[in-house]
Design a protein around this ligand. Sequence first.
Ligand code: ZN
Length: 402
Amino acid sequence: MTDGFGAVSGLIDSYRQDMIGRMKEMIPIRAISPSSGGEGELERAMFLDKLLGSWGIKTRRYDYKDDTGAIRPNIIARIGNAKKTIWFVGHTDTVAEGDRSLWKGDPFCVRIDGDRMYGRGTNDNGQGVMSSIYAMRAIKESGIDTGYNFGLVLAADEEVGSRYGMQKLVEEKGLFSKSSDMFVVPDWGNDRGDIIEVGEKGLLWLKVTVKGKQVHASTPDLGVNAYRYSIRFLYEADEMLHSKYGKTNSLFNPNVSTFEMTKHEKNVDSTNIIPGIEVSYIDCRVLPDYRLDDVLCDIKAIARRFPQVSISIDPIVREDPAAATQADSEVVRILASSVHRLKGIKPRLMGIGGGTCAAFPRKKGMQAAVWSTEPDIAHQPNEYTRISYVLGDAKVFAHMVL
Ligand SMILES: [Zn+2]
């Protein structure tokens, strides 16, 4: 390792207490998507923007207005005088805490226990945000002339599809280019830090609305039980999807497309009411071997088997799969060699059920690798990350640009 790296690495270690303090300040700013009834994303972005400014890092803002009228903030920063840029992409938004009774302590107040930092968003994506900004701070403070520019993207709206985040940023003229920009997305990984994600499945979230006729439960003949037809439809759709889209692809884990019924909206208030409307959701993650249009078309065909009710199928999130980033691409080679030098392990490559911010540059033909050292605990109660993971990953990122 070069002396330059020794200096940068020492700086990163010296940020330990500061980083913990900033995590404690950031997590209470709840950055839940407006579409999930939340707020705080803008405030969190402003907090981070100010922090970067205090380190002498110039930022640019790309703010987009969403369909609720809320401002969705994106922060871009770049340092260095090199030709090419490695961008580190974190997202500022988080999911809600879920059932509070499952949390030990307040989910929005960071609790430190040894090496662990507990709290909603500490891992997803507080860790990626912190490792990226502290790596950047170290590069800036060291004053080293790096081989690659260090680019930072703090994106909005990742948890509900990135429509006002990375998806829009890759469309901005003159911001990124295929010849000079590559991406690292620290938003997925394992505790060993030995997997680089290079491909993602297509993502299709469907809202299924079944409309019948609500009546008293004692007189079913006068109505149409939407719940019954919802169950029948979901069952048939589930059977069809798993048999028709059953191909395996060994790059991916799991190695098949997945189709899961997930959220279910509340219907009626009483046991003696036959529901007239049933709303449920299906989460589909489809191997790049298939087209999402075909999946959607087949599901709609099943819906037509139930003329007794009206069934509408609405995609609420749709991400067609992008071609995987090649194993011998520049970003994968640099990342793998940094991981090897710093952690002494040779990472393996894998495709996952996505979707992260990496899908958007990949769709534009740009290289993107997803990697971090993290416990598999995103979206769960008692979410945590480790202080050592944040600092260790920051060193890997800093090393990449040297
Ligand atoms: Zn995330």
